[in-house]
Design a protein around this ligand. Structure first.
Ligand code: KG4
Ligand code: ZN
Length: 338
């Protein structure tokens, strides 16, 4: 029998709700982005994010049900992101999901945001891609997992400091480009040369794995300010190699992501590589991972761009798998930032 899940996502700056049938068929997907509210600050302001979710979530959830053409009585479970994310924002989603599930006497399911990003990358696959290597690259996370199934993930490596998306956002700010930085840096990078500036690449000591982007970000800062970190931003007049900076920075991030992912795939003996999260929209990452992965004899899977960034389809989808596995939650379900 087919089951319909209502998914709710409020972990960061997207208020989203979706109805998904059988973990794959998307009946509706509604997203309210808060980008305009945060852009003026150059990043997400947690307090504003929480308040905005509170204002929007009920309307967004209603719309998801209306667009799916179903009432709450035709839903089989309510799934909600519980972690990781901004705690105030998560709590809005969790409390709303609890209220809906309790009122309609439905099972409640807590979903891990990162595992849902990985699930999103599998939703358009014609057959299950497991086992595989999953690279999750978003504004808050950069990590490699070994995934055996939608519900089994082993962490292989993570960033020591900034997430890849966070590095894009901070470099955008240094370049005087709008938030979110990924799309704006990437657009400027198309006009520059990726080999113009030799920004550093992190190498883990002793041949270990992992990522680090804070040194790269600092190098961009020093480059733009002519070695004087306290000089004003945007860059001093007369020096405008910002397109080359954007392209060379993007190249450094992409090289780190691709080489670590391929190393992990070889080490783990896995043929399939999934890439998920907002940075998976990046066209250079998509091209390079596909090119080098295929050269190495591996299948590389990226979700459509709308499934890379935060959405509730991935929450409802993974919620379906959790429901089938009997992993429902009690009314004491809580949110957690980690
Ligand atoms: O997955 P996501 O929507 O939210 C989190 O869970 O963090 O990812 C948002 C991140 C932002 O840092 C944004 O700058 C980055 O994804 N991003 C990109 C691109 N589009 C979005 N980074 C690089 N290139 C892009 N085209
Ligand atoms: Zn995300």
């Amino acid at each position: 029998m087919s089951e319909r899940i209502l998914g709710i996502e409020t972990s960061c700056d997207e208020t989203a709700a979706a109805v998904v049938s059988d973990g794959r068929e998307v009946l509706s997907s509604v997203i309210h982005s808060q980008i305009d509210e945060h852009a003026v600050y150059g990043g997400v302001v947690p307090e504003l994010a929480g308040r905005s979710h509170l204002r929007e979530l009920t309307g967004i959830t209603d719309r998801a049900l209306v667009e799916a053409g179903v009432g709450l009585e035709e839903i089989d479970a309510v799934a909600v992101t519980t972690r990781p994310g901004l705690i105030g924002s998560l709590l809005v989603g969790v409390s709303t999901a609890k209220g809906l599930a309790y009122g309609a006497d439905l099972p409640l399911i807590g979903v891990h945001h990162i595992e849902a990003h990985v699930y999103a990358a599998t939703m358009e696959c014609s057959s299950p891609p497991y086992p595989c290597i999953a690279l999750v690259v978003s504004g808050g996370h950069t990590a490699l997992y070994r995934a055996e199934s939608p519900l089994e993930h082993t962490l292989l490596a993570a960033t020591l400091d900034d997430a890849a998306g966070e590095a894009f956002d901070k470099v955008a700010w240094l370049l005087g480009l709008p938030y979110p930085g990924g799309p704006s840096v990437s657009a400027l990078a198309r006009e520059g040369r990726a080999d113009a500036i030799a920004f550093p690449r992190y190498r883990a000591p002793g041949g270990g794995g992992g990522f680090s982007f804070s040194g790269l970000k600092t190098s961009v800062l020093y480059h733009l300010r002519g070695g004087d970190a306290l000089a004003p931003t945007p860059p001093p007049e007369g020096i405008d190699d910002r397109a080359d900076v954007a392209a060379s920075f993007e190249q450094a991030v992409v090289e780190a992501l691709v080489s670590e992912t391929l190393r992990a795939a070889r080490r783990e003996g896995l043929e399939t590589i999934l890439v998920a999260g907002g940075v998976a929209c990046n066209h250079r990452l998509r091209e390079e991972m596909k090119r080098q992965g295929e050269q190495d004899g591996r299948l590389v899977v990226f979700p459509s761009p709308s499934y890379c960034t935060d959405n509730a389809v991935m929450i409802a989808g993974l919620g379906s798998e959790l429901l089938r596995a009997g992993r429902t939650c009690g009314w004491d379900l809580d949110a957690s930032p980690r």
